[in-house]
Design a protein around this ligand. Structure first.
Ligand SMILES: *Cc1c(COP(=O)(O)O)cnc(C)c1O
Length: 453
C-alpha cells in the first residue's frame, strides 16, 4: 500500500476549466445537420441542451472558462482529490519507472463523473429547467447525475443499458436512492426503443440506443433538457479539474510526467487528466506522451475510422467528426460498461488524427489481471474501466524496465470497483473472455457509414 500522497487544499481547487480547443493547431470540424450536411448552429442545439452548455460546446477561442461559485462550492465535498505515488505497484513490477495516479474514485459516487454532472445540473437549473433526461452504461454517469440533479432540485429520468441494469443492480439502487427514475433500455417507452425491440427482442442495449431514448423523452417533455456524461466538448472541459490539480501535485512531487494515461470510453476522464498537460506540449515546451487506453472489443481510436457519424444509434443527434466504429456497432458485453461506446468525441479524435495523442487497446482479461494486482498492492479495487488505464501504465512501466529508463508515468484512477464485484467474481471463476473483434465484424458497421470526409 502506498502512503506517498500529494494533497492540495480547498483553495487550490481550480477556479477555471481549461478549454484545449483554444490551443489546438487544427480545430475540430463542425458538427453537421444530417439532412442538409451544413454546420449546426448554437440555436439548433438549444432544444436539446442548456444554452450555456451549448456555448461551451462551441467555444474554440477562450482558453479558460470560469467555474461558477456554486459548482466550485460543491466540488469541495470531495475535491481536491489525492495524487498518489504507487510505490506498491512500482515494487511489484520491479520497475525503475515512477508511477503516480490521480484518485478520482474518492467522489461520493465513486468516479470522476460528478465533475461534469454538477456543472451540467447547475447550468440547467440556472436556465429555469425542472426536468432532465440522460442515459447510463454501467450506471456511473446515472449515479453522478442523480446526485447532481438532487443537489440542484431537478427531476431526472435515466435510461440504463439493459445488460448493466441486470449485471449492476446496485448502481440502479444508488440512482433511485438519490431520487432518479431508472428505465432499462431498450424500453417500450420510446419510438426508438420500440423499433429496436421489435427488430431484436433480446437486444441487451447499448449506450447509443439509450442516448436515442433519452433524447426522445427530453424532446417530448416541457421544461426538460438532455444531459450527456461523456464525448461532448463541454463534458471534457469540466473534467479538466482533474489534470489541473494533478499539474500542481506533480510539482509538489518534484516531477513531471513523461507519459499520461487515461482509460477511454467517450473521452471525458482521459481529456480531464491529459489536456492540462497537453497544453504544455501545444505551447511547445514539453515532450510528453499521452495515451488513451480502450477495450480491444470496442477499439474506436486504434481500429476505427475518422468519419462523420451519429452520436446515437437511432440517428437523432447531429453528425460528429470522430474516430468511430459506426453508430450501429453493438460492442460485446464486457464489464467495463462505461467504455462500450462507438465513437471518440470530436476533440480527442482530431488530436489523435494530428498525432498529438496515442491510443492502445487492452483485452478484458489483461485488464482484470492488472486490476487484481493493483488491488493487492495498492489497496484500492479499481473500476473495470479504470483497469484499462492501469494495464496501460503497467505496459509502459515494463517497457521502462526493459530499456532501463527511469520514466515518470501518471494515470487517472477514474473510479473504484466496489459496485462491480460481480465482474471480479466472474474473473475469479474463469468465466470472462476477451471478446476479440475480428476485422470482418469491425468493418461491417463502418462500411455502412456515409462517406462525408
Ligand atoms: C464512465 C466511466 C469511464 C469512461 O468514460 P469517459 O468519458 O471515457 O471517461 C471510465 N471510468 C469510469 C470509472 C467511468 O465511470
Amino acid at each position: 500500500m502506498s502512503t506517498k500522497k500529494f494533497l492540495l487544499e480547498e483553495k487550490d481547487i481550480p477556479t477555471a476549466w481549461y478549454n484545449v480547443a483554444a490551443d489546438m493547431p487544427n480545430k475540430p470540424l463542425p458538427p453537421l445537420h444530417p439532412g442538409t450536411k451544413q454546420p449546426v448552429s448554437a440555436e439548433d442545439f438549444y432544444p436539446l441542451f442548456a444554452k450555456e452548455l451549448v456555448h461551451q460546446e462551441m467555444n474554440m477561442t477562450d482558453k479558460w472558462i470560469e467555474i461558477p461559485d456554486e459548482v466550485r462550492e460543491l466540488y469541495k465535498v470531495w475535491r481536491p482529490t489525492p495524487l498518489v505515488r504507487a510505490t506498491g505497484l512500482e515494487k511489484a513490477l520491479d520497475t525503475p519507472a515512477h508511477i503516480y495516479f490521480k484518485n478520482e474514485s474518492v467522489s461520493p459516487v465513486g468516479s470522476h463523473k460528478l465533475n461534469s454532472a454538477l456543472a451540467q445540473a447547475y447550468y440547467c437549473k440556472k436556465e429555469g429547467l425542472t426536468n432532465l433526461t440522460t442515459e447510463t452504461g454501467a450506471g456511473q454517469w446515472g449515479a453522478a447525475m442523480a446526485y447532481a440533479a438532487k443537489a440542484f432540485g431537478l427531476e431526472l429520468a435515466v435510461y440504463m443499458v439493459k445488460v448493466s441494469y441486470n449485471q449492476k443492480p446496485y448502481r440502479r439502487s444508488i440512482m433511485q436512492t438519490f431520487g432518479a427514475q431508472v428505465v432499462a433500455s431498450p424500453s417500450m417507452s420510446t419510438k426508438a426503443g420500440k423499433k429496436i425491440l421489435t427488430d431484436n427482442p433480446t437486444y441487451q442495449g447499448s449506450l447509443g440506443t439509450a442516448i436515442s431514448e433519452a433524447i426522445e423523452l427530453a424532446m417530448a417533455t416541457p421544461n426538460c433538457k438532455y444531459v450527456l456524461g461523456s464525448v461532448l466538448n463541454h463534458v471534457c472541459l469540466h473534467q479538466t479539474v482533474i489534470g489541473l490539480e494533478a499539474e500542481k501535485q506533480m510539482e509538489m512531487a518534484g516531477e513531471y510526467p513523461d507519459i499520461v494515461i487515461g482509460c477511454f470510453g467517450g473521452g471525458s476522464n482521459f481529456s480531464g487528466i491529459s489536456f492540462p498537460f497537453l497544453r504544455h506540449k501545444l505551447e511547445g515546451n514539453k515532450a510528453i506522451r499521452i495515451i488513451a487506453a480502450e477495450p480491444a472489443s470496442c477499439p474506436k481510436l486504434t481500429r476505427g475510422t475518422f468519419q462523420y457519424d451519429f452520436g446515437d444509434e437511432a440517428g437523432y443527434t447531429p453528425m460528429l467528426p470522430m474516430f468511430t466504429l459506426g453508430h450501429t456497432f453493438a460492442p460485446a458485453h464486457i464489464h467495463a460498461g462505461g467504455l462500450r461506446y462507438h465513437g471518440g468525441g470530436t476533440i480527442v479524435s482530431q488530436l489523435r488524427k494530428d498525432g498529438l495523442v496515442e491510443a492502445v487497446d487492452v483485452k478484458q482479461l489483461t485488464t482484470f489481471e492488472a486490476a487484481t494486482l493493483f488491488a493487492r498492492v495498492e489497496g484500492i479495487i479499481p473500476a473495470p474501466e479504470s483497469a484499462h488505464a492501469i494495464a496501460a501504465a503497467i505496459i509502459e512501466a515494463e517497457q521502462a524496465k526493459k530499456e532501463g529508463k527511469q520514466k515518470v508515468i501518471l494515470f487517472n484512477l477514474s473510479g473504484h470497483g466496489l459496485i462491480d464485484m460481480a465482474a471480479y467474481d466472474q474473473y475469479f471463476a474463469d468465466e470472462l473472455v476477451n471478446d476479440d473483434l475480428s476485422d470482418a465484424d469491425l468493418v461491417k458497421n463502418i462500411n455502412k457509414l456515409e462517406k462525408i470526409i
